[in-house]
Design a protein around this ligand. Sequence first.
Ligand SMILES: CC(C)(COP(=O)(O)OP(=O)(O)OC[C@H]1O[C@@H](n2cnc3c(N)ncnc32)[C@H](O)[C@@H]1OP(=O)(O)O)[C@@H](O)C(=O)NCCC(=O)NCCS
Length: 56
Amino acid sequence: LAVDPAFKGRGIASKLVKWGTDRADGDGLPAYLESTPAAVGVYERLGFKVQRRLSV
Ligand SMILES: CC(C)(COP(=O)(O)OP(=O)(O)OC[C@H]1O[C@@H](n2cnc3c(N)ncnc32)[C@H](O)[C@@H]1OP(=O)(O)O)[C@@H](O)C(=O)NCCC(=O)NCCS
């Protein structure tokens, strides 16, 4: 997930993630993602919880 720097901080990433989690909820499906360390806070604000830390 990436937002053009000129448009950051306007809630675009939140809306995109919510679009996906709403669909998953509607279908009764679990959802997961893999995040860069810098973006973990964004996803935690949207309700995701860190389950594993990977070293790549
Ligand atoms: C991470 C990224 C997608 C966020 O996009 P965005 O449209 O600016 O995000 P939003 O405006 O929806 O912000 C969502 C919330 O997270 C916060 N937030 C934004 N970037 C954050 C960061 N790096 N760490 C923690 N919190 C962050 C915002 O303040 C906002 O909080 P609020 O709801 O209390 O106002 C964007 O900064 C980006 O493209 N980064 C570079 C690529 C990247 O790291 N992608 C993630 C790879 S998994």
